[in-house]
Design a protein around this ligand. Structure first.
Ligand SMILES: CSCCC(=O)C(=O)COP(=O)(O)O
Ligand SMILES: [Mg+2]
Length: 245
């Protein structure tokens, strides 16, 4: 165990931090891939689907009359490149939501993740999530985890739509505003991606890098950020409340 941190809020990334990367890149992506086209065709009047299709067309420079097959080819290429584009994430979230509801999906989380989150929450800290996965996808996943429904752990969910890109400091300032503007130094962000930690640190947050064995960022250079291989290696204690704020 490394030294403890003092904070009021703990904000966590999902992929590579709470859940193995393969859970997203293999299990969830494989589930979404063949369902994207049928989903688009089955929900032509759904405003979220229409917006995602329109945004995909615009972002890929497709003609206005591009059909589902061309849209899906772009979405698949983004998945192949793990490009976490908002319209893709929005459609994936809808598909996963249905997959979890049908009990065809169950999210596997690292065994150290929820015990640590419960410890911190029970110790007086508030918890939030910041992931590229859409808020709908996040909530569906936490509702159907290998430990059951754990949605009650989190007070807020942020994604690239309601906060912004994960590698840019203004997104972390937007999240802080969404949390009620606590002092930036009293927010800790845990992620496996050094560039995300850099952005959070630029916004004044404390940062912890997850260098989990077997994960893509296991051997990454975390630079100035504290790096741990498991949540068991860091303790976070609740800051005393300042009633004058
Ligand atoms: C379980 S919600 C889906 C997660 C997802 O789609 C994703 O891309 C995760 O990216 P993150 O920002 O959490 O690394
Ligand atoms: Mg991640």
């Amino acid at each position: 165990m490394t030294g403890s941190l003092t904070a009021r809020w703990v904000v966590v990334d999902i992929e590579g931090t709470l859940t193995p990367t393969s859970q997203v890149h293999v299990v969830l992506y494989d589930y979404a891939r063949p369902r994207l086209g049928p989903w688009i065709d089955a929900h032509p009047e759904d405003e979220q689907v229409r917006a995602a299709v329109e945004a995909t067309r615009a972002e890929a420079g497709l003609p206005a009359d591009a059909g589902t097959a061309e849209i899906v080819a772009v979405l698949h290429s983004w998945m192949d490149a793990d490009r976490k584009a908002a319209p893709l994430k929005s459609l994936q979230g809808l598909i996963w939501q249905e997959g979890y509801a049908r009990r065809e999906l169950i999210s596997q989380y690292f065994p150290d993740a929820f015990p640590a989150l419960r410890r911190w929450r029970d110790g007086g800290l508030d918890l939030a999530v910041f992931s590229s996965g859409s808020v709908a996808g996040q909530i569906a996943s936490f509702s159907h985890s290998n430990e059951g429904d754990v949605t009650g752990l989190f007070r807020h969910h942020f994604d690239t739509v309601n906060a912004g890109p994960k590698r840019e400091a203004p997104s972390y300032r937007a999240i802080a505003a969404g949390l009620g503007d606590p002092p930036a130094g009293e927010i800790v962000f845990l992620s496996d991606v050094p560039a995300e930690l850099d952005a959070a640190a630029e916004a004044g947050w404390q940062t912890v890098g997850l260098a989990r064995s077997g994960e893509p960022f296991a051997e990454a250079d975390f630079g100035p950020h504290r790096a741990i291989a498991s949540f068991d290696e860091v303790e976070i204690v609740a800051a005393a409340k300042d009633d004058s704020r």
